[in-house]
Design a protein around this ligand. Structure first.
Ligand code: HEC
Length: 141
């Protein structure tokens, strides 16, 4: 019995070391830390390059995202116009904006960018930039 308790203790100790190591691995990246700061996010310099790299292939004329939803992500006006059903950006609120909501897959199972990789999620740093831009008022800055 004593031996079992000792063994249990040893296992617990190993597990908590493993947990510690895991938290260290998940520390925010430097860029993400910068993004969490108070600086203003720019549509032109910060948001548009992400849309260009991860969204425009489908969300421009002829792409399947544009064909299906009508959402054109090649310009500020296109993004603010939204889909054929209406706006996807609610300035000041990244929690209710479809644009930022479906980056983490919380909108009726739809997740963007569609079919990205096995995890299916945009780099956390990019998600933070897009959310912050919406939270700061989604301006054409
Ligand atoms: C591989 C193609 C593809 C890529 C890349 C892609 N999308 Fe889409 N997107 C689609 C398709 C297809 C739809 C229509 C889905 C539907 O209505 O079932 C869509 C719909 C949407 C919608 C509207 C959802 C709704 O509720 O009507 C938003 C917002 C959106 N995409 C944002 C993005 C953003 C932001 C990116 C880049 C981070 C992105 N998409 C990248 C294919 C794509």
């Amino acid at each position: 019995m004593k031996l079992l308790v000792l063994l249990g203790g040893a296992v617990l100790a190993i597990l908590s070391f493993a947990a510690l190591a895991a938290t260290e691995l998940h520390e925010p990246e430097r860029g993400a830390m910068k993004i969490l700061g108070p600086e203003e996010v720019s549509f032109k310099n910060d948001v548009q390059p992400i849309l260009h790299d991860y969204c425009v292939s489908c969300h421009s004329v002829g792409g399947k995202g544009h064909t299906k939803s009508g959402l054109d992500l090649t310009s500020y006006d296109g993004l603010m116009k939204g889909t054929k059903y209406g706006p996807v950006v609610i300035p000041g609120n990244s929690e209710v904006s479809t644009f930022t909501k479906l980056l983490t897959g919380t909108n009726k199972g739809l997740k963007m960018p569609m079919g990205l990789n096995s995890a299916g999620t945009l780099d956390r740093q990019y998600i933070l930039i897009l959310r912050k831009w919406v939270a700061q008022g989604a301006r054409n800055n």
